[in-house]
Design a protein around this ligand. Structure first.
Ligand SMILES: Cc1cc2nc3c(=O)[nH]c(=O)nc-3n(C[C@H](O)[C@H](O)[C@H](O)COP(=O)(O)OP(=O)(O)OC[C@H]3O[C@@H](n4cnc5c(N)ncnc54)[C@H](O)[C@@H]3O)c2cc1C
Length: 292
């Protein structure tokens, strides 16, 4: 399969990149690692006439853990997430998602910004990022805005990014003491395949061990990663335990809205959404018990 023809731009600053996007509008497309976009271009799903590579802009590759949160540059690669001690210590569920993404070759090229920007309902990083309460920073010539990931995904392949905007950074609040998160994905086989269901859960306990905050995000069971709001409500104000987590799992399963497809039946995915919710809550509780 041949790629359609395009012009390739390699700006070295954000200003230059934003100027190119402003000039070409919907004819242009940002490219980071290219592992998703190139496939879509070969399949003729997308045919941008202008490709704007952002991989030579140094500020997009930064990781900053010096403030009260974690700021990850959009071009930070999946392999870099895995090898970062700061991320594996503070954001273990994100690290778990990264370890499960693709093959070593893909992980070396694929970026966190591209994983979010591709807006695939089965992507590995959005569920844990949403569970941690992440926000994305979007930049264009006229300035910057911040959008919660909860409101960012609009449908398969569609996001809140405007044609002249670049996702520059992901901001994640530093997890509090007594908080923890878990991520599990299931696929048909390792590496090359798309997930069947993936779930991330986050909980935060108060000093008496009661759940004061919970976020559960399910992938592959709707057009965007879905928040299991009624399952979260079941958890808040309660003491964690097997029976509570089973009830939350059942609620999450009811909230999921998967479709039958080549990877699995809707009924199987619904069941698995419940099972993975329960299991990721167990992982989150274990981490919360050890994070003081
Ligand atoms: C063999 C193979 C296996 C894969 N396995 C997995 C897997 O297991 N799990 C998974 O989640 N994904 C998987 N993928 C999909 C893909 O590798 C990931 O989604 C990857 O993170 C995309 O990142 P990228 O930097 O390559 O994005 P690109 O391909 O460069 O871009 C993807 C999309 O996001 C937009 N974009 C990228 N960066 C920005 C930005 N900073 N601002 C605005 N828009 C932006 C682009 O315009 C494009 O629409 C796989 C792909 C392949 C080819």
């Amino acid at each position: 399969m041949l790629l359609p023809k395009f012009d390739f731009h390699e700006p070295k600053t954000m200003k230059e990149a934003c100027q190119i996007l402003a000039e070409y509008g919907t004819k242009a497309r940002v490219i980071a690692g290219g592992t998703d976009l190139m496939v879509n271009m070969k399949k003729k799903i997308l045919s941008p006439k202008q490709l704007v590579s952002i991989s030579r802009i140094p500020e997009l590759k930064k990781l900053d853990t010096s403030g009260d949160g974690i700021r990850i540059g959009a071009c930070f690669t999946v392999a870099e997430i895995i090898s970062s001690d700061a991320i594996s210590k503070q954001l273990s569920a994100l690290c778990e998602g990264a370890k499960n993404l693709g093959t070593p070759l893909i992980r070396n090229l694929a970026t966190i910004g591209g994983n979010i920007g591709s807006a695939r309902p089965a992507a590995d990083l959005p569920p844990s990022l949403m569970a941690y309460g992440a926000q994305v920073v979007l930049n264009c010539l006229s300035g910057e805005r911040t959008v919660s990931l909860d409101k960012f995904f609009l449908g398969p392949g569609f996001t809140a990014i405007k044609p002249d905007e670049i996702l520059t950074e992901i901001r994640i609040p530093a997890p509090n003491p007594r908080s923890g998160a878990g991520y599990i994905n299931i696929g048909i086989r390792k590496g090359q395949d798309c997930n069947i269901v993936n779930v991330a859960s986050f909980i935060e306990l108060d000093k008496n061990g009661i759940i004061q905050n919970a976020r559960i995000i399910m992938g592959c069971v709707g057009p965007t990663p879905l928040r299991a709001g009624s399952a979260e409500k079941i958890l808040i104000g309660q003491k964690p335990g097997n029976e509570l987590f089973s009830r939350a799992g059942a609620a999450a399963s009811s909230e999921s809205a998967p479709i039958d497809d080549i990877r699995g039946s809707a009924a199987y995915k619904k069941d698995m959404a419940g099972v993975l919710t329960r299991r990721t809550l167990d992982i989150a509780l274990n981490e919360a018990a050890h994070r003081q």
